[in-house]
Design a protein around this ligand. Structure first.
Ligand code: SF4
Length: 387
């Protein structure tokens, strides 16, 4: 277990930089700062940021501060409909302790119905289990109405948890884990310095599922590079088949210039597959998913299609059909879709038809000088905005 507790005095409510897309309206509670592993070659998020575990006292103070704000909002009978800037400001200035980050987070959460909480940053389960259980108990006491409490986690951390800790965490409300599976290929996992192998992912995934905690498994098409593309697809499917996650989240590889992986690419040590190869990879993976009941979600702008979404096995052919239709497009149409997608105009191929933005996409293609040969390079540059 990592133990690098910060001893300085309370600096106020903290909010980390990252949360899953479906936690945009969750209350964000920061338990740890940054990532205790921080070695994955493809990940830019916490590089050069020092890892630390926040003190239990500070975390409790954050929770209590939010509770105070919630009580006042309830007292004032504040309804989201009455949330104009002036009203929010007057409620805020009425407090003795004023913490703008905590207040904004609370108002957003209150307006959304206070249904979910996300514990930050990268892997809070590295905390001392007793501390975690205490914090979860306090959250439950303060916000008994909350339906979902979620965290990001690493498989190796799940495997190191003492027996029955997961069950205890679940009983106290932790009911969703976002697990960075990334790949089922040992070669890819090893090259990316993820510190875990396929067997570890499978065991950790199964443990989470057996406990009853909802499992979101994140996979990264493109992570195997050109050389490992096929085994990355097939072995990822193999791992997913063994785990049967509740949700499989597709998050296509984007290269951030600050990562080790981007340096490898510049030096010719890694070749990122282009859109067509990645689409083929996703198709292969979908085809190989078998005997599981997972939902597939592709709701990230880095993905070529947000419309590859549905439940396995029921929607498998429909999802494969989305990819096949892309390959049926004429080369110039394909380019228009790829560029328009990464400009944020399309979620799926059907959005191109009668899109009011098509002229903008055509103009952008002209300005960028996009051709079938250079489209992937141009897309890599466009996608850097989203990594
Ligand atoms: S464990 Fe997650 S947050 Fe940490 S370096 Fe790897 S991908 Fe990034």
């Amino acid at each position: 277990m990592a133990d690098d507790k910060q001893t300085q005095t309370y600096q106020g409510y903290e909010q980390g930089p990252l949360y899953p897309a479906n936690d945009a309206y969750s209350l964000l509670l920061r338990l740890i700062r940054n990532c205790p592993w921080n070695r994955c070659s493809f990940c830019p998020v916490y590089k050069k940021q020092k890892f630390s575990i926040r003190s239990v006292e500070d975390i409790i103070k954050d929770i209590d501060l939010v509770r105070t704000y919630i009580d006042r909002l309830l007292q004032e009978n504040a309804t989201p409909i009455a949330f104009d800037q002036e009203r929010i400001h007057s409620i805020y200035t009425g407090f003795e302790i004023r913490d703008r980050v905590a207040f904004n987070n609370t108002v957003k959460w209150y307006a959304a119905g206070m249904a979910s909480i996300f514990l930050q940053d990268a892997n809070p389960l590295v905390m001392n289990p007793k501390d975690l259980l205490f914090i979860l108990g306090h959250i439950r006491d303060c916000f008994p109405q909350t339906e979902t409490i979620a965290v990001y986690a690493r498989s190796s951390t799940i495997l190191q948890l003492p027996d029955d800790t997961l069950e205890q965490l679940y009983k106290l409300g932790l009911n969703r884990i976002h697990l960075g599976l990334e790949s089922g290929s040992n070669l890819a996992l090893n090259r990316m310095r993820t510190g875990v192998d396929r067997a570890g992912h499978i065991e950790a995934g199964k443990r989470i599922r057996q406990t009853g905690i909802e499992l979101y498994a994140y996979v990264v098409p493109g992570l195997g590079g050109v050389d490992l593309s096929i085994e990355h697809a097939l072995e990822t499917a193999e791992a997913l088949n063994a785990i049967n996650p509740d949700v499989i989240k597709i998050r296509t590889l984007g290269l951030s210039p600050s990562t080790e992986l981007a340096h490898w690419q510049l030096r010719g040590m890694f070749e990122k597959p282009g859109d067509a190869m990645i689409a083929t990879e996703i198709r292969l993976m979908l085809e190989a998913l078998d005997n599981i009941q997972s939902r597939i979600k592709s709701d990230h702008i880095l993905n070529l299609f947000e419309t590859v979404t549905g439940k396995i096995p029921h929607d498998k052919e429909k999802m494969i059909g989305v990819i096949d239709r892309f390959f049926e497009l004429a080369p110039q149409e394909r380019i228009l879709y790829q560029i328009g997608r990464r400009m944020g105009f399309f979620k799926g191929l059907e959005d191109m038809e009668a899109s009011p933005q098509m002229d903008q996409v055509r103009l952008a293609c002209e300005n960028y000088g996009v051709t079938p040969k250079n489209v992937d390079q141009i897309l890599d540059r466009l996608m850097m905005r989203f990594v």
